[in-house]
Design a protein around this ligand. Structure first.
Ligand code: ADP
Length: 345
């Protein structure tokens, strides 16, 4: 397995900068997921590591070796793209064996490896099945086995589960993580789906317009988004311009308590939905419940949309069985532990 380093990598397309001096390290055996909205440079990053795009400046190092001028097939990276494009005229075994055969590995060894990989991806004995007879999820597993067959030093996945429905994705992503852990694979994956990234990755990298906006463990990024951009990308909406004075912030919702040590002065305040608590009447900010949304995934929490008399709408999280209905007047109070102070806009 190989480590990966990007060192000031810049890529432009006719004057437009797709990657802007990106520095990134992926350790051996680490699973890193690059997240970001469409156009933020995720695919360009993968293409550059794979050698399909040469950087205008900066270096890509694999296992410490500068890859400038090294063609894609000599980089030892495995690729699995969204449109996994299995060879339709080959059977499952023929697809998985493709890479090792191209490298001239002995037939017997290749067959053993194919059997082992199919077992690993949950399709034991599927060698002779035609790929046209496979479900979407099965095709994805075959594509994964094919990408792993040449034992790449680095496996790169581009929206690997993008085509599949949500429940299948949620299951496969857990399986993938277990499989990569077992194999010790170094993985660089790209997705726009936070759930997928957070379930798969040891570390996530959030991209914004060709730059890295934040990198950290899924929990760190979720608990402490570095900017309003990252917070909005993660789906947080309780964000407002504010000024911190002491242990409280002046916000459009009134005074909101902030955690100890929060920087003073102008900022953007984020209140996670769990930090918007329904209080006794008269204690907090008067609001009207405008919507109730089940969170799905078996959660016993419900998402409430609150319209305060003043200030932007607030999202609150509350237990299903005590959730007030739309039209109810409630009082909202804030918990400092769920408040994050971000840089000012
Ligand atoms: P993402 O994968 O996050 O959607 P991309 O890496 O595909 O982002 O694109 C980053 C930026 O580079 C976008 O502004 C996109 O329009 C531009 N871009 C990507 N590929 C090309 C190309 N082949 N020619 C011109 N512009 C491109």
């Amino acid at each position: 397995m190989a480590s990966l380093r990007l060192d000031g990598v810049t890529v432009g397309y006719g004057g437009r900068t797709a990657l802007d001096a990106v520095d990134l390290d992926v350790a051996e055996h680490e699973i890193v997921c690059v997240l970001g909205p469409s156009g933020s440079g995720k695919s360009t990053l993968l293409r550059t590591v794979a050698g399909l795009t040469e950087p205008d400046s900066g270096r890509v190092l694999l296992a410490g070796r500068d890859q400038r001028g090294v063609p894609p097939h000599r980089r030892g990276v495995g690729l699995m793209f969204q449109d996994h494009q299995l060879f339709p005229t080959r059977d499952v075994g023929g697809n998985v064996a493709f890479g090792p055969r191209m490298r001239g590995e002995p037939r017997g060894e290749v067959q053993g490896r194919v059997a082992e990989l199919l077992e690993m991806v949950g399709l034991p004995g599927a060698q002779k099945r035609p790929v046209s007879a496979l479900s979407g999820g099965e095709q994805q597993r075959v594509a994964l086995a094919r990408a792993l067959a040449p034992s790449p030093g680095l496996l790169m996945l581009d929206e690997p589960l993008g085509q599949l429905d949500r429940s299948l994705r949620e299951r496969l992503v857990v399986e993938l993580r277990q499989l990569f852990r077992r194999l010790g694979t170094t993985v660089l994956a790209v997705t726009h789906d936070q759930g997928e990234a957070f379930a798969l990755a040891d570390r996530v990298v959030v991209m914004e317009a060709g730059r890295i906006a934040q990198t950290g463990s899924p929990v760190d990024v979720w608990l402490s988004p570095a900017s309003e951009f990252v917070a909005r990308f993660l789906g947080f909406t309780n964000l407002a311009a504010a000024v911190v004075r002491g242990r409280s912030a002046d916000t459009p919702w009134g005074a909101v308590p902030v955690p100890p040590g929060a920087p003073q002065g102008p900022c953007t305040v984020l209140v996670r939905p769990a930090g918007v608590r329904l209080a006794d009447p008269g204690e907090g900010l008067p609001c009207t419940v405008t919507a109730r949304t089940l969170r799905g995934g078996g959660s016993s929490e419900i998402s409430l949309l609150l319209a305060p008399e003043d200030g932007p709408e607030l999202e609150a999280s509350c237990p299903l069985h005590t959730a007030p209905g739309p039209g109810t007047t409630v009082s909202a109070a804030f918990d400092a532990a769920e408040v994050v102070v971000l840089p000012a806009r």
